[in-house]
Design a protein around this ligand. Structure first.
Ligand code: PMP
Length: 528
């Protein structure tokens, strides 16, 4: 039977070729805990220490025996995967347990509703869509109020009232080209026109520089990496990326986005132009530990400033915990270390226990619109199989009074201590070691001026991290990969079950790599 491929790679063949050239084109056939296995040319199984962990999806490891047993049990009992538009008590149960955790970690009692998704990017898009739904509702209320104000002003004008020429009038004049002597009807017409234009403008999102929030049409615009974002910019609302570590930057960004609608008020027999703030910013979104920007944790002071600036203008905060959440940093929510309270939280990746595609968005009651539940849905979201598995993952994390959170913190410290020793020893090669818990970045110094042509060339092409990953895989059977937008940083995100032996193996492999780099031995980095 013809395969239909005619010898061609038809499943992302270009990517396959790239992986091959970097020595990363391996087919893994089995996975367990922090190990992936492939078969060599002779058919023997080779174990690889996997520190990429599905880019942070395997906080409880690959194929955790309890999760696998539970998945089999669910299938054996014929759990209905597709039962849309019916009751889903298990989803309510998961939402309840997540609320318990959220209340404990943030010291609040406010309820958060859960909306279910299939992926991290979709969870982000649910938050984006809901934030826009909320913004439009506020805008609709505001324009209705302005409509009533304008009608009252019209009536007053008919009775002979005049429109006061003051500063707001002049600003309207600048926006709409009305001069101080204009007829009152012309002022009213200008207000209606300018408001109409401003109220229908696209919303703005704000995010820290370096942000990564997915690659769907909407979420990719919140992803700072221009290569992912730029080709699609005309397809969705735009994001302004803010250097939030500069103390005034966020307040300035908020101020520069500020837009008003004009209104008319009748007072003391006259009519005055006034301006009302238009809710133009839909939301501020951030990752408590930036993942794809090179594993960069936020500091408490910056987080608190973000919270204050957003609160002052009633801008909702979306906390994207897709990668940092589910215990990876030693608490279920990484943002809880910062005291950063979100209006929205997005969860995915490890929520599915490394086995299921589970994702959801939590939305706080004080912002929640119930009607939105009919505005967003997806065939597989909230299915019994993945949702029940997510519940079991939460059980595992919460067991023994949070033993796995403590383990994540302890293992993270151990790994970081080892990496810092290497940093001290190889200061000319290692730029930085940073992270939180089991979300660790190892940054290499730029090598664009290396005397080795191979190293210099790959560095300039932004491929150094991939070249290093290929070497570690081929020579030391260790799987690491660079972060998507900062390719000189290797991510290290194992499960909580990473052992001392695994850490020792990593130390040995990295030591070998660091010597190669210190000696500019480019040939050693390439596949034979
Ligand atoms: N948000 C963050 C913080 C992420 O790290 C990622 C994936 N790296 C996403 C969203 C997108 O998740 P997914 O790949 O499941 O769409």
């Amino acid at each position: 039977m013809s395969s239909g491929n005619d010898g061609r790679e038809l499943a992302e063949g270009y990517l396959g070729g790239l992986l091959e050239s970097l020595g990363l084109g391996v087919h893994y056939s089995r996975a367990e805990r922090d190990a992936l296995f492939y078969r060599d040319a002779a058919g023997a199984e080779v174990a690889v220490l996997d520190l990429v962990g599905g880019y942070g999806s395997t906080i409880v490891g690959h194929n955790h025996p309890e999760i696998v047993r539970y998945a089999k049990q669910l299938l054996d009992q014929g759990v209905p995967v597709h039962a849309q538009f019916s009751r889903h008590p298990y989803a309510n149960d998961l939402a309840g347990r997540l609320n318990t955790i959220l209340h404990r970690e943030f010291g609040t009692t406010e309820a958060y509703s859960a909306l279910f998704a299939n992926s991290g990017a979709e969870a982000v898009e649910i938050a984006m869509k809901h934030a826009e739904f909320d913004r439009v509702a506020k805008l609709t209320a505001l324009t209705a109020e302005i409509g009533r104000g304008v009608e009252a002003a019209r009536a007053a004008i008919d009775r002979g009232a005049v429109v006061a020429v003051d500063e707001a009038y002049h600003r309207l004049g600048v926006a709409a080209g009305v001069s101080p002597g204009a007829a009152p009807e012309a002022v009213v017409a200008a207000i209606v026109r300018v408001n109409g234009e401003r109220a229908t403008a696209a919303p703005i999102f704000l995010a820290p520089e370096g942000s990564f929030h997915g690659k769907l049409v909407g979420s990719v615009q919140l992803t700072h990496n221009a290569g992912f974002r730029e080709p699609f910019r005309s397809m969705a609302a735009q994001c302004r990326f803010v250097p939030v570590h500069e103390p005034e930057a966020l307040a300035k960004a908020v101020e520069s986005a500020r837009t008003t609608l004009f209104d008319l008020v009748v007072a003391a027999g006259g009519v005055r132009v006034v301006e009302r703030d238009l809710p133009v910013i839909a939301a501020f979104i951030l990752e408590p530990v930036q993942g794809e920007a090179g594993i960069r944790p936020f500091d408490r002071e910056t987080a608190q400033r973000i919270q204050r600036v957003c609160a002052a203008v009633d801008c909702p905060i979306i906390v994207d915990e897709v990668q940092s959440g589910m215990g990876r940093t030693g608490a279920f929510f990484a943002s809880s270390h910062l005291g950063l309270r979100g209006d929205y939280y997005t969860l995915a990746k490890s929520l599915g226990g490394g086995l299921a595609k589970a994702a959801l968005t939590l939305i706080r009651d004080s912002r929640y619109h119930r009607e939105f539940e009919l505005a967003h849905s997806s065939t597989f979201a909230k299915d019994a199989f993945s949702t029940l598995i997510a519940g079991r993952v939460v059980d595992l994390l919460e067991a023994d009074d949070g033993a796995l959170y403590r383990l994540a913190a302890e293992r993270g410290e151990r790994l970081t201590a080892m990496l810092r020793t290497l940093q001290d020893e190889f200061g000319t090669v290692v730029e930085d070691v940073r992270g939180a818990g089991l979300m660790i970045g190892l940054e290499f110094r730029d090598r664009s001026d290396s005397p080795s042509g191979i190293i210099a060339e790959q560095s300039r092409a932004g491929l150094l991290g991939y070249l290093l990953s290929g070497y570690l895989l081929r020579v030391h059977a260790i799987r690491v990969l660079p972060t998507a937008s900062a390719t000189n940083t290797l991510r290290i995100e194992p499960s909580v079950y990473v052992t001392d032996d695994d850490i020792a193996l990593l130390e040995k492999g990295l030591r070998g790599l660091l010597v190669v780099l210190r000696e500019h031995d480019g040939a050693a980095l390439l596949p034979a």
